[in-house]
Ligand binder design. Structure first.
Ligand code: DLL
Length: 440
């Protein structure tokens, strides 16, 4: 059973302002940001010149649609420092994330940017029921990845105590969790499942842990996985979202009133756009998430297309916040596989598997290949240890039931292969779900 926790609002003025007040504030920031970008960042000036747009044409949120998108190729083409709006000497820290383009996306932060990032994370921590003086176990990777150092600095600002565990050495992580008794854990949701499996294997009594809340993100995960974590760990699980280019973790976080993610829109203005036409979509329609980072000094960005797929909602949440909210990310547009002409996301398969967590673990892998010019796909799933001794007949029934649920969600017949417990690779951070050998 998940513990009851108390949450609070960290920055009432900015998290609870009316939509009109926020739009006015954001519009003012957009005007300044576009002007700064035009003056300070040569690639951006060229982009606007090519589109025939002058900074004066952009007066606020209502004019955003006129601006061209930016994307990962702008980072690739201006690698390593060409996206900066300040001299390199004014950058206090760099982070980077590996891109599909082969070149890292290098992201710089001034002193004020680090402070802003910590402030945004403090908002997330309050949403997730963290308290001053809490002991925080941070298992996101430290280094170029933003998941470790970002929350670390924010913990210090929040008044909590950070344990910079970083990734790996799962046995040592379990020792810290049981002996030091942290209140909060930060890691990817798949790594949390790995920790829980390992604890079960070692016979750790989880009721002896002191964990109250977990702040999970950096990869797509489902509500089913959230429930599994909450039940097995006896904690509340929150969804923290972010990407290096925009800031890192803390661009948004879920609150205790549901699974939607509150976006810190006074600094990271969100739009959801139609992937085909690029036009902004109304609330509730699925599209690609686009952000404008309008207050960052080193790396302001206008209309950065994350290619993350979600829906946006405006209006006041039951928690009292008025910040726009997005649905849990279902995946990235580039995670989408086309199998025999049907679009498929790993999260759809996870949703189906999530109905059978009494029998199988959520540690799964999807194998795709092309055989005789036909797409072939199957899913490997680990049985839970207590099911492993079941009769072949029972296992065949289970196999069929999972395949039927996958078909009803995806519209595809996908073969399921049940394997022994703990035989698939375990997550150490962001989990690689799909092994696609079609285009090798
Ligand atoms: O993953 C930042 C982060 C660290 C977020 C720790 C949360 C916790 P990148 O490595 O640049 O940054 O990867 C960003 O990861 O565009 C999404 O596709 C995915 N992602 C991040 N958070 C979530 C989430 C960090 N909560 C990319 N749900 C993003 C789903 C997420 N996907």
């Amino acid at each position: 059973m998940a513990k009851e926790i108390e949450t609070f609002i960290w920055d009432e003025k900015n998290e609870c302002m009316s939509d009109d007040e926020r739009e006015a504030l954001v519009s003012e920031r957009i005007r300044k940001c576009v002007k700064r970008l035009y003056e300070k960042v040569p690639y951006y000036k060229t982009k606007l010149d090519n589109a025939g747009i002058k900074p004066e044409d952009i007066n606020g949120t209502e004019d955003l649609w006129k601006l061209p998108f930016t994307d990962k190729f702008d980072f690739r083409d201006n690698y390593p420092f060409g996206t900066l709006a300040v001299p390199r000497e004014e950058v206090e820290r760099f982070h980077a994330s590996s891109g599909t383009t082969g070149r890292m996306k290098v992201v710089g932060y001034t002193h004020n940017d680090i402070e802003l990032w910590s402030d945004m994370l403090c908002r997330s921590f309050a949403m997730a029921g963290m308290k001053k003086n809490d002991l925080a176990h941070i298992s996101y990777g430290y280094g170029l990845f933003t998941g470790g150092l970002g929350p670390h600095y924010a913990c210090e600002k929040f008044g909590a105590t950070a344990i910079p565990v970083s990734t790996g050495q799962t046995d040592r992580q379990i020792m810290i969790l049981t002996d030091w008794k942290p209140d909060v854990i930060f890691c990817t949701p798949t790594y949390m499942l790995n920790l829980l499996d390992k604890m079960d294997e070692k016979g750790v009594d989880k009721s002896q842990l002191n964990l109250r809340t977990g702040i999970f993100g950096a990869e797509a995960w489902t509500v089913e996985m959230k429930q599994e974590i909450e039940e097995r760990a006896g904690i509340r699980a929150f969804d923290i979202y972010g990407l290096s280019e925009v800031c890192g973790p803390g661009v948004g976080c879920s609150c205790d009133k549901g699974d939607l993610i509150h976006i810190q829109a006074d600094h990271f203005w969100p739009e959801v756009v139609d992937p085909e036409t690029g036009k902004p979509l109304p609330d509730g329609e699925l599209g690609e998430l686009v952000f404008s980072s309008i207050t960052k000094e080193a790396l302001p960005l206008m209309r950065y297309n994350t290619h993350d797929l979600t829906r946006i909602y405006h209006g006041k949440c039951a928690c009292g916040r008025t910040t726009p909210r997005i649905e849990k990310i279902t995946g990235r547009a580039d995670d989408m596989m086309v199998i025999r002409g049907v679009n498929l996301f790993p999260s759809q398969i996870e949703e189906a598997i999530g109905k059978h967590t009494d029998a199988v673990s959520l540690n799964y892998q999807i194998f795709v290949d092309r055989i005789n010019n036909q797409d072939s796909i199957y899913v490997k799933l680990e049985l839970k240890p207590n099911l492993f001794s079941d009769t072949i007949g029972d296992l065949a029934k289970l196999n069929k039931a999972i395949e039927a649920d996958i078909t009803s969600i995806t519209g595809l017949h996908i073969r399921v292969q049940l394997v022994e417990p703990n035989t698939l690779p375990k997550s150490e951070g962001k989990m690689k779900r799909v092994i696609d050998s079609r285009f090798k």
